[in-house]
Write a protein that binds this ligand. Structure first.
Ligand code: MYA
Ligand code: JJ1
Length: 385
């Protein structure tokens, strides 16, 4: 029944696995096709040039109108153009991995998939992989088997660079067996608006007045020595974060250049802080979150929900709960409406105390061409955009 995934080197939900654990499912030496896969005759491949504002604009519009929605079709991710540049052009990015499909006659962009290279540790083994993201097919072109062609084509392009493993996440259930199944949790920062757009709700015991009081936060962060991340922190943060992440079975390995890219603060994209008790002392802790607005589908008053997503952090001196509390305060003071976090890393241990509530969405993690046993959510140390 799964005509596409049934033909791919993945773990299936049904079968017993034949492959050796923590190793590739198929070997690297398979013949790699030299010609792009064939699209139906009215479409053509188009590598996006994300140095051009007009092409970023086209991708932005495709995703704003056609990308991921919640189960009830009330909210749809509305990644900003600057965010897309940040997510799609990390160190090592290749334009071949920004893979678009256009209508031949009109040149309209109607589908997209991306890959970015990343070094990933799985159960202690370091593997060069790509992270796959932003798979999107225009609503009018759905259920015509375009997605499998996009996936085969990005696989071919990645294989041509000598990479044979990928990691990706999905909110929707797939025939693939996920390595981890995670949950979204949400912390109200602006309860009035969240209720107005029906992201959140009141109960008999919870009036608006009580909600406002419950979720109220101080104006300024509390941890002494907390300040914005700066470029010159990259080395110390790289060392601190890699060491912290090495406790998880699934995590990335960052270079100093990666850290500069992923953590240098940019308004509306990425917010990062470090704790440095005094200027003469080393950095002891770090926390970051990124910004993805969502469109509120058909609402008379509110067009967007401003959402902060917990990204990477590490602690050596500060209690994680105190650090995340400061992140909530900083997100609120930067006008975010809600703060989202997955139940990965150490998050689960503090979410309830910090008044997060469980969401109705899942996030599953998958590998392509890697055989491995399930990983518990609190052993996941990888965050994708
Ligand atoms: S996850 C975000 C995905 N995007 C969205 O949800 C946006 C809204 N939806 C859409 O744009 C479309 O519905 C999509 C499917 C494009 C999702 N991941 O063309 P079809 C399989 C993998 O007729 P459409 C993200 O970005 C499905 O099981 N496979 O369907 C990570 C079926 O196969 P089979 C998916 O609805 C993406 C076939 O496609 C997904 O028109 C990671 C149906 O094709 C999905 N999210 O289009 C991609 N949804 O018959 C894999 C459906 O076998 C990367 N399908 O069941 C793999 C690694 C590649 C690199 C490897 C390098 C070594
Ligand atoms: O945002 C999500 N759910 C919200 C809104 C639900 C609206 C109705 N479906 C939610 N709200 C309740 C919060 C409430 C706050 C106060 C305390 C009690 C709880 O649950 C969900 C996540 O939970 N989001 C989605 O479903 C969007 C898709 C997520 C998958 C993303 C996949 C990306 C893949 C890219 O690689």
């Amino acid at each position: 029944i799964h005509k596409f995934w049934g033909s791919q080197p993945i773990l299936l939900n049904s079968n017993n696995e034949l492959s050796e654990l923590n190793s590739p499912i198929i070997q690297d030496s398979i013949a790699i096709r030299e010609q792009p896969f064939t699209l139906s005759s009215s479409f053509e491949w188009s590598e996006l040039d994300l140095t051009l504002d007009c092409e970023i604009q086209e991708l932005y519009e495709l995703l704003c109108e056609n990308y991921v929605e919640d189960d009830d079709h009330m909210f749809r991710f509305a990644y900003s153009k600057q965010f897309l540049i940040w997510a799609l052009k990390p160190p090592g990015w290749l334009s071949e991995f920004h893979c678009g499909v256009r209508v031949k006659t009109s040149h309209k962009l109607v589908a997209f998939i991306s890959a970015v290279p990343a070094q990933i540790f799985v159960k202690g083994k370091l593997k060069q992989m790509v992270e796959i993201n932003f798979l999107c097919v225009h609503e009018k072109l759905r259920n015509k088997r375009v997605a499998p062609v996009l996936i085969r084509e990005i696989t071919r392009r990645v294989n041509l660079k000598g990479i044979f493993q990928a990691v990706f996440t999905s909110g929707a259930k797939l025939p693939n067996r996920p390595v981890a199944v995670c949950r979204y949790w949400h912390r109200s920062l602006n309860p009035k608006k969240l209720i107005e757009v029906e992201f959140s709700y009141l109960t008999r015991n919870m009036t608006l007045q009580r909600a406002l009081k419950l979720y109220k936060l101080p104006e300024k962060p509390i941890t002494p020595g907390l300040r914005k991340f700066k470029l010159s922190d990259s080395k110390a943060v790289c060392d601190g974060l890699n060491l912290y992440l090495s406790r998880f079975e699934l995590c990335p390995k960052f270079t100093e250049t990666d850290i500069s890219h992923w953590l240098t603060p940019h308004e509306g994209i990425i917010y990062s802080w470090v704790v440095q008790p005094t200027p003469s002392e080393p950095i002891t802790d770090m926390i970051s979150f990124y910004s993805i607005p969502s469109s509120v589908i058909r609402h008379p008053k509110h067009k967007h929900l401003y959402t902060a997503y917990l990204f990477y952090y590490f602690t050596t001196r500060t209690l994680f709960q105190d650090l995340l509390y400061d992140a909530l305060i900083l997100a609120k003071s930067n006008n975010f409406d809600v703060f989202n976090a997955l139940d990965i890393m150490e998050n689960k241990s503090v979410l309830e105390d910090l008044k997060f509530g469980m969401g109705d969405g899942n996030l599953q993690y998958f590998f392509y061409n890697w055989c491995c046993e399930n990983i518990a959510t609190d052993n996941v140390g990888l965050v994708l955009q």
